[in-house]
Structures are given as C-alpha cells and as structure tokens.
Design a protein around this ligand. Structure first.
Ligand code: AQP
Length: 338
C-alpha cells in the first residue's frame, strides 16, 4: 500500500536517559525545527517510557524529561506550531504497543542491533522492556498515523520494523489502516560519532563525558573536548574522498558541516590541507557560537519547571485528541469489545 491516502504527519522522540548531546541535536532536534510548518502536524515527544527500559533514578528521570523539553523549546520547537509532550502522559502509546506486541514476531525482534548493543553479553539480565522497545516505538509513530519520522541513522532499523508492523497489521486484518511510515535521514549530522572513538556513535549514556558534547556544556568544556578529540596525524585532505578510512577526521568534518549548514565538500574546500591545530579551534568556536544561545535558553527554561510541565501537559492534551480515536478504531478492527 502507499501513504497517498494519509495526510502527511511527522512524529519523532528523544528518550530522557541522560543529558542531550550534540548527536541528538544534529541528528534529530535541529532537523525537527527545520521541518516545522503550520501546514503539517509535527509531533515531538520526550519518550520517558523508553528511558525506563534501563534503570533511571526517579528524580533524575523527571529532571531529564524537563531537560529534553527545554532543549527542544530552546532549539526552536514552537509548542503552538508543533505538539510537544512527554509520552507517559498519553497512555494510548502503551495500549497500542500491546497490540503491536501481538503483531510483531520474535524473529523480527531478535534482529534488532540496538538491543544486541545495549544488552551486550548480559542479554539474559536485560529488561523485557528493552527487548520490546521497538514495538513501543512503532506504537509511538503509528498512534498518530505519522507518515514521516526524522531520526538519526541509528534508529533506521526501528523505523523499518515499524513499517513491517504496519504492513502485517493491515494484511492480518484486511485493512489499510496504518500508514507505512518513511524514515527521514538526511544531512551530515545523522550519525555523530564518539569524540574518542570515531567508530562508535556519540551517546548520552556513553562511559566517558569526554566522548560527547552535551548541550549544557560551557564554552571551556566544548573547547577542551574538541582539543582532546581523537584524530590521526594527517592534515585535512583536499577532497572528500581523502576522509575514507579516517573515521575521527570524517566525524569532525561532519560535525562542522552540520553546525555551519555547509556541505562536507564545502568544509573540505575551506580547510583543505589544514592541520588540526587550526581546524579544531575553528570547530570549537563554531560549536560555541551555535550552542551557547541554546544552552543559555535551556537553563532559563529549566529554572521554571512548572512552566515546562504546563507546556507538556497542554501538548499531551492535543496529542491525545489525535491518538484516542486512532486507538479506538484499532481496538474495533482487532475485535476488542468496547
Ligand atoms: N550520535 C548520534 N548521531 C545522530 N543522531 C543521533 N541520535 C542519537 N544519537 C545520535 C538521534 O537522536 C534521536 C533521539 O535518540 P534517543 O535519545 O531516543 O535514543 P538513542 O538513539 O539511543 O540516543 P542515545 O543518545 O544513544 O541515548 P542512550 O545513550 O541512552 O541510548 C534519535 O532520532 C536518534 O537517532
């Protein structure tokens, strides 16, 4: 089936499992801001129920949820144009996730690389929630009949699973009810890598703080982290092809290009042959000039948690007005007596 019969609608989320990183900003939030439009429903969510698939300190979870919301608002998500809320205030997410648990196949879940990465050798001790996470994510998206899902590269497999779930549900019940949502993965910031190891992605929950830029890092910290970022001894190449096999160098060029709204080709053209002693300070200055206004605004917003809570509750009301009828129809299709 195609999505032609569905109104274009955007959904995406971030889990409050730690402080926001530059990866979350370039891979997700910055692109969400660019996609906002009064003509489309754009639904953005702090997915707190995903965060608890690994242990979260309860006080920290509330603070983290507000930080995610503050980060989105400070970056330019307009809570009037878009719908901004936290997932647990809309219980329809978990209700639809249960239906999808009964649609998704165990074999599909076993292929999810994020579960394997996160559970590691201790898979037996991982929570059942961590294993079922992609089914809840499918519910997050399909509960709104979302057609477009802007995510970083790491979430591509989960959006593909969402498509499989939508297709199987539609086939099983002989309906064209759920859209087959498209992942939107574009631009240089879709896979921001760890500053200490360019083969691993930058994560909120990575072991060392030096491997990531946090959105609340101050100018000194940002400069220090880029200065100490792992690189190789070669200067920047003269062409993009020269970054092949140089993951750390490529990562810093990609970060520059994401922050400066330039293509990686343009960055290379400007810094062809430059030594790291020139490129790294330029990157740090650029990052500070782009991130400091956001982190200042985040801090201001976080000083008034009641106002953030009010905005999230208002967003949740709007989200429920879309979600509840879709869940109702789903129950009806499945044959659950109302
Ligand atoms: N390094 C990254 N580069 C590009 N995009 C990224 N995203 C996350 N890290 C990068 C994108 O941010 C959105 C929200 O992700 P999430 O917080 O829901 O989950 P995650 O991908 O598991 O993020 P983290 O930071 O790695 O969290 P932890 O460490 O707790 O698991 C998604 O669109 C994601 O692609």
């Amino acid at each position: 089936m195609t999505n032609n019969s569905f109104t274009p609608r955007v959904f995406s989320g971030i889990k409050p499992s730690g402080g926001l990183t530059l990866g979350n900003y370039l891979g997700a939030i910055k692109r969400w801001v660019d996609m906002q439009s009064p003509d489309t429903d754009n639904i953005y969510c702090a997915v707190d129920l995903h965060a608890i698939t690994v242990w979260q300190d309860p006080k920290g979870l509330k603070a983290g949820t507000r930080e995610i919301a503050a980060g989105m608002l400070a970056s330019g998500i307009d809570p009037e144009t878009s719908i901004l809320f936290n997932q647990s205030q809309v219980p329809e997410h978990t209700e639809l996730a249960w239906i999808f648990n009964c649609v998704a196949r165990v074999g599909w879940m076993n292929r999810m690389t994020q579960f394997k990465d996160k559970a590691g050798k201790n898979a037996e001790k991982a929570s059942l929630g961590l294993y079922a996470y992609p089914s809840l994510m499918a519910a997050d998206i399909l509960l709104y009949h979302a057609t477009h899902v802007p995510v970083g590269e790491d979430q591509k497999q989960h959006v593909e699973l969402t498509r499989d779930i939508a297709n199987k549900f539609n086939n099983d019940f002989g309906v064209e009810f759920f859209p087959v949502a498209e992942p939107v993965i574009e631009g240089p910031g879709t896979r921001v890598m760890n500053l200490r190891d360019g083969t691993k992605k930058m994560s909120k929950s990575g072991e060392s703080d030096m491997e990531r830029i946090n959105m609340l890092d101050d100018a000194d910290k940002i400069a220090k982290k880029f200065k100490k970022a792992k690189t190789d001894p070669e200067p920047l190449p003269k062409t993009l092809e020269g970054l092949a096999g140089r993951p750390e160098a490529k990562n810093l060029v990609d970060i520059y290009s994401g922050l400066a709204d330039m293509t990686p080709e343009e960055v290379i053209a400007e810094y062809a042959g430059a030594q790291w002693g020139r490129f790294k300070p330029a990157l740090a200055d650029l990052a500070v000039s782009k991130l400091a206004p956001i982190s200042d605004e985040m801090k201001r917003l976080m000083d008034d948690p009641a106002e953030i809570d009010r905005k999230l509750a208002a967003g949740a009301d709007r989200a429920r007005s879309i979600a509840a009828p879709i869940l109702d129809q789903t129950y009806d299709i499945v044959g659950l007596l109302r």
